[in-house]
Design a protein around this ligand. Structure first.
Ligand code: GDP
Ligand code: MG
Length: 367
């Protein structure tokens, strides 16, 4: 625990809170039950009481490094985010992609809104994150969530490069994610796809046919033109990236959307990055934890398992996590619970700390 309160500390080392307060007093520290103990104090008192503790810093706790050998890594589908200026056709394009993907894939199924969708083309899967928007994307990245492999930059052929187009290019660059350009609205009379190419060159987004590294596709989301070309281009870009993950591990990944459903309780859509998630698994997502009661795919179907690059809804969490939260499955349910509770405590302490920063000096000053 980092900076645990006196009562939490007592609980963690299975001691009487009064005993802890007494020991603290003997060390010259006057603390009440709800006040927080520094890491040094925690180690000192624990030692004094014959307990062995290891104070784990948040950085250390979050920096979980997974070691997968080359043999463990299997090809995985790409995860794609659509970005671009307002009204250039992001939503329309996603709709067109879903229609095409559904028509191409297995029979029927209306896509539910879970914050991500999956399409299949030529028997290969592509995962689309539906609604990150630019702010959500930045917020996710700020929390350390790198969820997307490829950004599809939508630029309207009758409007050209606009402020949010440039913003999207900057996001992609900061995240080190390749850009596939979808020049949209080519059905419009004023459409000028070549002008879009020229404008983008100033931002170092250069078409392959001009000697650059960016793949361009001219589409019309509205008229459903060349959508399959776009999907195939995304797969080509994915091939270049050689995306791989270990499917045979305890699952981990990120929350991409979460809400409280009246009937179903807390529901989180997660994107799995490593391992395979199954009903019955115990997991932590931010400060939430629970046992997976059910997994629901973007078609609304209950599934037995979800692997790398699959988006899936999780039912069974005790509270609603935040988009961008990391999730991780634990072998032991108690470990999941403990980590979630420690994080929640840390959050509360940080909030308290920010509200009223009370030091011992303040305390003695008042006496
Ligand atoms: P978003 O703000 O980027 O999500 O853009 P929308 O998908 O909401 O589209 C904005 C407007 O452009 C809507 O009126 C769409 O019908 C229209 N639109 C989108 N794609 C096309 C297209 O390929 N051709 C034409 N003519 N209009 C389009
Ligand atoms: Mg939209």
């Amino acid at each position: 625990p980092q900076g645990a309160s006196v009562s939490k500390f007592a609980e963690l080392i299975s001691a009487q809170p009064n005993e802890v307060i007494k020991r603290l007093f003997m060390l010259g520290q006057v603390l009440t039950l709800t006040q927080s103990m520094s890491d040094e104090l925690i180690e000192l008192v624990a030692d004094d009481m014959g307990r062995k503790v290891r104070v784990v810093s948040p950085e250390e706790e979050f920096a979980v490094v997974y070691h997968d050998s080359d043999d463990d890594l299997k090809p995985r589908p790409p995860v794609v985010t659509v970005m671009g200026h307002v009204d250039h056709g992001k939503t329309s394009l996603l709709d067109a992609i879903r229609d095409t993907g559904v028509a191409q894939g297995e029979a029927g199924g209306i896509t539910q809104h879970i914050g991500a969708s999956v399409v299949s083309i030529d028997g290969r899967q592509i995962t689309f994150i539906d609604t990150p928007g630019h702010e959500a994307f930045t917020a996710m990245r700020a929390r350390g969530a790198q969820v997307t492999d490829i950004i599809v930059l939508v630029v309207a052929a009758d409007d050209g490069v606009m402020p949010q187009t440039i913003e999207a290019i900057n996001h992609a660059r900061a995240a080190g994610v390749p850009i596939v350009v979808a020049v949209n609205k080519i059905d419009k009379p004023g459409a000028n796809p070549d002008r879009v190419r020229q404008e983008l060159v100033s931002y170092e987004v250069v078409p392959e046919e001009w000697g650059g590294t960016n793949m361009f596709v001219e589409v019309s989301a509205k008229k459903r033109l060349h959508i399959d070309d776009l999907l195939e281009t995304i797969l080509l870009q994915a091939d270049v990236l050689e995306l791989r993950a270990n499917p045979d591990a305890l699952a981990s990944g990120f929350v991409i959307e979460a809400n409280l459903d009246k009937g179903r309780g807390p529901v989180a859509t997660v994107l799995i990055q490593r391992g395979t998630l199954k009903p019955g698994d115990s997991l932590v997502a931010g400060t939430s934890y629970g046992r997976v009661r059910a997994l629901v795919d973007p078609r609304g179907t209950h599934v037995d398992a979800a692997g790398p690059a699959d988006p899936v809804e999780i039912l069974g969490l005790n509270s609603v996590p935040v988009a961008g939260d990391e999730f991780r499955v634990f072998e032991d349910e108690r470990d999941a619970r403990k980590l979630a509770e420690e994080r929640a405590l840390r959050e509360r302490l940080a909030a308290q700390d920010a509200k009223s920063h009370m030091s011992l000096d303040d305390l003695f000053g008042r006496i």
